[in-house]
Design a protein around this ligand. Sequence first.
Ligand code: NAP
Length: 344
Amino acid sequence: MDLLFFRLLCSLANNRVNIRKISDSCPRKWQYFAQNARAVKGIDYICSMGDIKKILITGASGFVGSRVAEALRNCYELLTPSHSELDVTSEKDVEHYIQGTQPDAILHLAAISNTGYCEEHPEESYKVNVVSVENMAKAASRHNIKLVWFSSDQVYNGNLEPGPLSEDIGVSPENHYGIHKLLAEKRAMEICPGSVALRATWMYDAPKPGMKTHSNFVLNFQKANENGTPLRFATREFRGITWIKDVVRNIPHTFDLPGGVYNFGAENHINSFETAVEYAKIQGIDPETVAIPDTERFPNHIRNLSISMRKAKEASGGRILFMNTIEGLYTFISQSTIKVPARP
Ligand SMILES: NC(=O)c1ccc[n+]([C@@H]2O[C@H](COP(=O)([O-])OP(=O)(O)OC[C@H]3O[C@@H](n4cnc5c(N)ncnc54)[C@H](OP(=O)(O)O)[C@@H]3O)[C@@H](O)[C@H]2O)c1
């Protein structure tokens, strides 16, 4: 019943009906959902970016980059060189490109984002995930350009603390990808203290024509349901997962952040198995047909990548605001074309 009501609010929001009056009389939870659904939908949100007119986006053919570029294209002049047009691991090429094009801001998204590949190819991971950030930081510093780039919540994967993690706690990542992201954060801050590193969570979206979409929570889930093969979800793992649309709408505000490292994505206070159960319920699927609790994974310590968004929220004067993981999944399903067919 609650879900039906929420869907009605989202559908009103999508149709740009002023829902404030309606939602004022709703339970607080649904007011929040409804207002967020409207904010996510509004492209005008993205067009209010102060003095920034020209943005260099690296990695614009990637999962995040293609969606950010699509959203910002109508509002800003975008420079989106492909890998073959600009190899971000070459300091000389990066300097030459930035000197020649003079962007107002750099959104550095080019990376090797596959953690398994980084584990098997640590040298390549170092080159792309550390050296490229150094190159961007040097150019940003030389030309006084704001640099924003994506780190990862994987820097937390050696942490033993429970609960939402803040940026100021000590971290000791356990895989090459996380180690390299952490190293890149340190180097970027040394070279260009005004730069902004965003520790992103795992992100998801439905497939979009002409855009890269790699394996993600909702697609894995859909596949499991279609195949009738339940997936195992760890009960000893806590992590936020974030709809890319919520990431995209928050990005413009990151250019105003003071230099530093910020968590960036959905909070989540429940474990991965519980998250999967909630997602099944949102779609009216019997959780037992798609999700099996895996109590053995991560035997040495609970894997806690769950972030606190307090720092970015405060530093942005409340403008950087994410739905939590379950709210995001609700909103995604209400607005998306992806539907997981219920099996008999
Ligand atoms: N996806 C997630 O869930 C997630 C989670 C946390 C953090 N992040 C971070 O978010 C950022 C974006 O990730 P993503 O998922 O969009 O990655 P992605 O889909 O793998 O895209 C990576 C992009 O980088 C480009 N690239 C790779 N090496 C390059 C080089 N040497 N020179 C120029 N371009 C190069 C790729 O171009 P080609 O394909 O042409 O090589 C591609 O456009 C990354 O920093 C990633 O670590 C992602």
